[in-house]
Write a protein that binds this ligand. Structure first.
Ligand code: UDP
Ligand code: MG
Length: 236
C-alpha cells in the first residue's frame, strides 16, 4: 500500500484508455495533491497498463482480464485505504476539479452523487440516458436523477453495503440508500470524450440495464438492513 497523508482515496477504472491516462492523472493530482490514487486497469489490451506503470505516486491494480466497470470499481474500493472514497471515469469525461465539492458534500450526507448539468454526449445517448433514469427511478424510487454519472463519493466503511454484480456501478446509490445511508446530489461538470472510444453501445446498455433493474428491484426488498453499529468498522 502507498503511504498516504490524506484521508481521501480516488478510484479510477481504465479499460483501453492509453491516450487518457497521463492527462487525467495530472488533473487529479492538481485537484487533490495529497490523495491516494488507485488506478484499476481492467484487463486493457492496449498500452494503458504500461502507461499507468510509469506514473509516479499511484497504486495500480491490474486485473488479469476485462472484468467490467463494476468489478474494476469494486476492486479499487477494496484496495483503497482512505476514509473517504471518490470514483470517477478514466476517459476524462468527469472533471477532477469537481472532487473537492463532492468531498465537502460528505459533511452533510453519507454518499455524494454527481449529476451532469450539461451532458457532453451525443443526442441519442442523452435521450437514452434520460429514459433509463426515468425507468430506474419509477422502479426503484431511489430519487437519484443521474446514476450514470460516475463521479461519486462515499465513506470506505460503507463499501460493505455494496452487493457486487456486473452492472452494480449503475445502482450504487440505490443499494446504499436502501442500506439506510443518506445521499446528496451535487451538480458537476461533464466533458466530451476527446480520446479513445466509449465501451458501451446504447442497445447493449439498455438490455443489460433492464435485466439488472428486475434483479435489483428484488434485491432491494431483500437487502440486509442492520441497525447502525452492529457491523464492526473496517480500519485502514
Ligand atoms: N470501463 C472499464 N471496464 C469496462 C468498461 C469501461 O473499466 O469493461 C471504464 C472505462 O475505461 C471508463 C469508464 O469505465 O473509464 C466509463 O466507460 P465509458 O467512458 O466507455 O462509458 P460512457 O461514458 O460511454 O458511458
Ligand atoms: Mg465516458
Amino acid at each position: 500500500m502507498l503511504p498516504t497523508t490524506d484521508r481521501l482515496s480516488i478510484i479510477v477504472p481504465f479499460y483501453n484508455e492509453e491516450e487518457n491516462v497521463a492527462e487525467l492523472l495530472r488533473e487529479i493530482r492538481q485537484a487533490c495533491p495529497a490523495a491516494e490514487i488507485i488506478a484499476v486497469d481492467d484487463g486493457s489490451t492496449d498500452g494503458t497498463l504500461a502507461k499507468l506503470r510509469t506514473e509516479p505516486g499511484i497504486e495500480v491494480v491490474a486485473l488479469a482480464y476485462n472484468c467490467g466497470q463494476s468489478a474494476a470499481l469494486y476492486a479499487g474500493l477494496h484496495h483503497s485505504t482512505g476514509e473517504l472514497c471518490v470514483m470517477l471515469d478514466g476517459d476524462g469525461q468527469n472533471d477532477p476539479a469537481d472532487i473537492p465539492a463532492l468531498v465537502a458534500a460528505l459533511a452533510g450526507a453519507d454518499v455524494a452523487c454527481g449529476y451532469r448539468l450539461h451532458r457532453q454526449d451525443t443526442w441519442n445517448r442523452r435521450i437514452a440516458s434520460r429514459f433509463a433514469n426515468k425507468i430506474r427511478r419509477a422502479f426503484l424510487h431511489d430519487g437519484i436523477r443521474d446514476t450514470g454519472c460516475s463521479l461519486k463519493a462515499m465513506r470506505r466503511e460503507h463499501v460493505r453495503f455494496l452487493v457486487p454484480f456486473n452492472g452494480m456501478h449503475r445502482f450504487l446509490p440505490a443499494l446504499l440508500k436502501n442500506a439506510g445511508l443518506t445521499i446528496v446530489e451535487v451538480p458537476v461538470n461533464h466533458r466530451p470524450r476527446l480520446r479513445g472510444v466509449s465501451k458501451y453501445t446504447i442497445g447493449g446498455r439498455a438490455l443489460r440495464g433492464l435485466r439488472d433493474l428486475t434483479g435489483v428491484s428484488w434485491l432491494l426488498t431483500r437487502q440486509l438492513r442492520l441497525p447502525p453499529g452492529v457491523l464492526p468498522v473496517r480500519k485502514a
